[in-house]
Design a protein around this ligand. Structure first.
Ligand SMILES: [Zn+2]
Length: 265
């Protein structure tokens, strides 16, 4: 690998109780608890720092009845990153749990797919089926950032720097993108909601909030093609991520884990 490599961290900032039947189109014959965790991710090396998604605020957690643990910026601070100084934020898609604290990054440019802005401001947002994951004020906020030249639009795949690229997948939302990062253990893929849980991509199942089922299922193959191995794909909401990877430092178990380290299982 001649590319620069990066450290990659998953920062858990919220959680909620949920049932298996709520996570799969068609429900689940073996219903039972399946909690959902909420993450932002940090990708960095000596030269560059990228934050992937910005999570939601405590106020939004109350509004949507999620269990808030700490602000995403506080999680970043634990890794020595000052949100106000971050220059690059990758937004995988504009759902409230991925874009909600963009205002905490006043120096950042936001990397977004053309199709995600089209989707979030276009005809499908008439329908509750597609708009319930978005907050109109956040979408408007991102539009305002376009007018300040702070949104970097991408169409399909794009290299952001040596060893880091974004790739349009779609499916869950029209413009959903994943992030591919060169690490010491090979190519890692932050799938975000291209696969909410390991089980979605491993079993070819689909999360109920979905714009295009076909693109979601085809997307699982794209993730596998982009990653060094299936163990290099990190799902967007799976509590197993916290179990499988080592803590960033002692005491951070169940808060921040290091994804460029080998998984424990
Ligand atoms: Zn999500």
């Amino acid at each position: 690998m001649t590319e620069e490599t990066y450290e990659v961290f998953a920062i858990k900032y919220a959680t909620r109780d949920a049932m298996r039947s709520g996570h799969f189109i068609g429900g689940d014959p073996h219903d039972g608890p399946m909690p959902m965790d909420y993450f932002v991710w940090l990708v960095r090396n000596a030269n560059r720092t990228f934050v992937v998604d910005t999570g939601f605020s405590e106020a939004m957690a109350r509004q949507r009845k999620r269990t808030f643990l700490r602000t995403p910026t506080a999680g970043l601070a634990l890794l020595g990153v000052e949100a106000a100084a971050v220059k690059d934020v990758i937004i995988t898609h504009m759902h409230y749990d991925h874009v909600g604290t963009f205002f905490d990054f006043p120096a950042a440019q936001f990397h977004l797919q053309d199709l995600e802005m089209n989707f979030a401001t276009g005809r499908y947002m008439r329908h509750g089926r597609f708009n319930h994951g978005y907050e109109v004020d956040e979408v408007v906020g991102m539009v305002r950032l376009v007018f300040k030249d702070r949104v970097r639009f991408h169409a399909g795949s794009a290299d952001l720097a040596s060893g880091i690229s974004v790739h349009h997948i779609g499916g869950h939302t029209m413009g959903l993108q994943c992030v591919r990062v060169a690490t010491q253990r090979g190519w890692l893929v932050l799938a975000s909601d291209c696969s909410h849980y390991y089980e979605h991509m491993e079993k070819g199942r689909v999360f109920p909030t979905t714009f295009h089922v076909g693109d979601t299922i085809e997307g699982y193959d794209r993730l596998r093609a982009l990653a060094e191995s299936p163990k290099h794909i990190i799902p967007g909401h799976d509590p197993l991520v916290m179990d499988r990877y080592p803590a960033s430092r002692p005491g951070m178990e169940d808060w921040i884990v290091r994804l460029d380290a080998d998984p424990k299982v």
